[in-house]
Design a protein around this ligand. Structure first.
Ligand code: FAD
Length: 384
């Protein structure tokens, strides 16, 4: 397998690295924390990317994109994730909300929602999971009932990433009978400042504001805010989750951290215990495997389709690799890994500890490891 995506991809990569170097401090560790400075950096950087037509590079020109290939988009994702995602929470709108509206939205919805995403101006969040509906999303109970020409929403969501920073939420609600499962769900595009919608942070090891509960108390939804057809939300959610699963190039961060840690340790790396060096080598191989499986899914996407089970296989590989790399590098660096990013001389500005902590959640977010393995197993059994 040739990992080189070609000369044009190489110059795009160089251009992105230059922009990151000029606009994002080396100590930046993502905009998902409680650090308001990081959120500002991410918001500013999205506008820089948008001005360079790089934010929605692979979107069609009519929707504010540059019509580039999904492989170019892959280079963007790799460079962003490798550098602690300087697009911040906007990646959610870019990776799947925008594409879902492009695919399933009305002409009015496309005209209203896509330009602000392409301009780097809005943050979207995802209101799918509920206290009793995570892996089994089809059992969700947030209810939408007709209200004149629109709808009223009542219910509760949980684990909603970035809800406090977000401008809009894609809320999945039941519009069919209570037992209609997959066949009775509709998605609604709800502004976060709508009366009756309340976000409450859940403190966690991901920082005090990353995860949230979302309470919907008689929230009015306008007629143009439902993704049609009514009761057709499951298909959109499945696509969204598949896009989400391939949208984060975790292997690129793994590769970068492996290389940079080795360089930072210098001679100490060579004198590390052989068993630890063997784990390092295995982790490097697994980062390559994860890249390969991701590229398989991207090749399918380039041909106009996403195969759920391939996206799931890639997700299993990238999230496991994320945890493996975090574990090996924490051991190599030792207790210095806990030096905070503002502490002088902190190895990689505290990036290893940050990576380790976040990677623990990776095998739960966007569907747990067990659910991804189930998708892979089901596809394998069906193919027999
Ligand atoms: C960092 C992070 C960010 C998130 N962001 C969002 C977000 O923005 N929006 C959103 O809607 N959700 C979000 N989630 C929620 C996430 O999608 C759910 O946590 C996930 O789908 C699992 O659901 P659950 O937590 O209800 O666990 P459960 O579904 O209750 O699962 C508990 C355990 O049982 C296992 N299990 C359940 N069913 C089966 C089965 N049939 N076979 C085998 N094992 C099974 C699971 O694998 C898991 O180990 C986020 C989660 C995390 C960790």
């Amino acid at each position: 397998m040739d990992y080189d995506l070609g000369a044009e991809a190489g110059s795009l990569r160089d251009r992105l690295r230059d922009l990151i170097r000029d606009n994002v401090p080396e100590s930046y560790l993502g905009a998902f924390s409680d650090n308001p400075e990081d959120l500002e950096i991410a918001q500013r950087f999205c506008k820089v990317l948008a001005a360079e037509h790089l934010l929605t590079l692979a979107w069609p020109e009519e929707f504010g994109g540059a019509g580039a290939s999904v492989w170019d988009q892959t280079v963007v994702r790799e460079e962003m994730w490798a550098h602690y995602e300087p697009r911040g929470a906007q990646y959610m709108g870019l990776n799947w909300v925008g594409p879902a509206i492009m695919r399933h939205g009305t002409p009015e919805q496309k005209a209203k929602y896509l330009p602000p995403i392409a301009a780097g101006e809005v943050i979207w969040c995802q209101g799918f999971s509920e206290p009793d509906a995570g892996s089994d999303l089809a059992s969700l109970r947030t209810r939408a009932v007709p209200d004149g020409d629109g709808w009223r929403l009542n219910g509760q969501k949980v684990w909603t990433s970035y809800a406090l920073m977000a401008d809009h939420c894609v809320v999945a609600a039941r519009t069919g009978a209570p037992d209609s499962r997959h066949a009775g769900i509709t998605l609604f595009l709800v502004p976060m400042d709508r009366a009756g919608l309340t976000a409450v942070p859940i403190p966690s090891q991901l920082g005090p504001h990353h995860l949230n509960e979302l309470f919907l108390d008689d929230v009015r939804v306008e007629p143009g805010e439902a993704i049609l057809p009514v009761n057709g939300g499951w298909k959109v959610m499945r696509d969204a989750l598949a896009y989400e699963r391939v949208g984060i190039a975790r292997y690129a961060r793994c590769d970068r951290l492996l290389t940079e840690t080795r360089a930072a340790l210098g001679a100490d790396f060579d004198s590390a215990p052989p068993a630890l060096l063997a784990r390092y080598a295995r982790a490097a191989v697994h980062a390559r495997t994860a890249r390969l499986l991701s590229y398989k899914t991207i090749a399918a996407q380039a041909a106009g389709e996403i195969v759920d089970s391939d996206a799931a296989a890639a997700r299993v590989a990238v999230t496991r690799c994320d945890q493996e790399v975090g574990g090996v590098l924490m051991e190599l660096i030792g207790s210095d890994a806990f030096d905070g990013r503002d502490q002088a001389g902190a190895p990689l500005h505290g990036g290893i500890e940050d990576h380790y902590r976040y990677s623990q959640a990776a095998t739960v977010a966007a569907g747990t490891l067990e659910m991804q393995l189930t998708l892979v197993a089901r596809a394998a059994l069906e193919a027999r």
